[in-house]
Ligand binder design. Structure first.
Ligand code: DAH
Length: 340
């Protein structure tokens, strides 16, 4: 037995010295010290020894075991260090390799224009509000002084979802919601998408964008309307731009106007952008009709207001000299990249 123990010690020592990694080391540990290992197998034979031999062999076996355990521990340290070194070597970062350039996204031209316009109106004290794109007939038409049989409904070819539910054809719908929930003084803008059943061409799309504005307070007059909108036009198109107010008709305002700016492409002499007119129409506006105020619970004897609706797509196409509104919706990256 003594010989056997010595043989195991020697074999184990050699095997441990030459083992290459932690996995192999663990296999050796099981092979020699495990429950079914070689040393354990020998210890099981101790019962067959004489009482004198037993303690001697027992001590010997313990020595061999201690030797193997010690050896495993020191090899474990060594191999662990080696493994760590290898990992560190593999993971080193070569900071001289040229980096991969991140593609930066940019804002859509419509978003740039919308954000600019929001900040112009915010600097004049307007709040930004949001309204639903799916609206009721009441908010989109009726409360805006457009009863069911009103001929002016034909001005907007509307998408109906159900009898009284529609895709809003104008952001004006938000005006009523604001007047129902806020008390004057009111000063809001509402940018958003609107929908009309229009054929697609260079200047029309069934989805387009508007920014509604509404001011209600005591003593608001047409002068306030002109001042605010002229200021706005000068900020967007530059101080040399001329602004003209033309009489018009909207059921929810009285009087009503349409506002044109002198064409920034030709300076007013007439070109392709303004279709030879020298002027570009950018918005509709007017003094809020007393019927609309009354409908929202605001006394028209005490309060007055003005409202306006700006076509954001038109502002964007004229500002960037974009010849076709469809470019705004096709999401061609070659087009969009130009605005970064
Ligand atoms: N909602 C109108 C349209 O889509 C634009 C408009 C005109 C809005 C006059 C207004 C307004 O608030 O006062 O054609």
């Amino acid at each position: 037995m003594e010989q056997l123990l010595e043989q195991i010690r020697k074999q184990a020592g050699e095997a441990l010295d030459s083992c290459a990694d932690l996995k192999e080391l663990d296999e050796l540990r099981i092979k020699y010290l495990g429950k079914k290992g070689e040393l354990t197998a020998i210890l099981k034979q101790m019962g067959g020894l004489s009482p004198e031999e037993r303690p001697v062999m027992g001590q010997r076996a313990n020595e061999v075991r201690a030797y193997i355990e010690e050896k495993i521990k020191s090899r474990m340290d060594e191999l662990g260090k080696k493994a760590l070194e290898m990992r560190l070597a593999q993971e080193t970062i070569d900071i001289t390799i040229p980096g991969r350039r991140q593609q930066m996204g940019g804002l859509h031209p419509l978003s740039i224009v919308t954000e600019d316009m929001i900040s112009i109106f915010q600097s004049m004290g307007f709040d930004v509000v949001d309204g639903p794109e799916i609206e009721t007939d009441y908010y989109n038409f009726e409360a805006l002084n457009l009863p069911k049989d009103h001929p002016a409904r034909d001005m907007q070819d509307t998408f109906y979802i159900a009898e009284n539910i529609l895709l809003r054809s104008q952001t004006s719908a938000a005006q009523v919601r604001v007047m129902e929930t806020r008390k004057p003084p009111i000063r809001i803008i509402c940018p958003g998408r609107v929908f009309r059943s229009d054929e697609v061409d260079a200047t029309h799309s069934p989805v387009f964008h508007q920014m509604e504005g509404l001011v209600v307070d005591r003593g608001i007059t047409m002068c306030d309307l002109k001042g605010v909108l002229e200021q706005f036009a000068h900020e967007v198109y530059g101080p040399e731009t001329q602004v003209r107010f033309r009489p018009s008709f909207f059921p929810f305002t009285e009087p009503s106007v349409e506002v044109d700016v002198s064409c920034s492409a030709c300076g007013g002499t007439g070109c392709k952008v303004c279709k030879g007119a020298g002027w570009i129409e950018i918005l509709g506006a007017g003094m809020v009709h007393p019927n609309v105020l009354r409908c929202c619970g605001i006394d028209p004897e005490v309060y007055s207001g003005f409202a306006f609706g700006i076509g954001l797509d038109r502002i964007t196409t004229t500002r960037y000299k974009i010849s076709d509104i469809r470019l705004l919706f096709e999401n061609d990256v070659r087009f969009l990249e130009q605005f970064q």
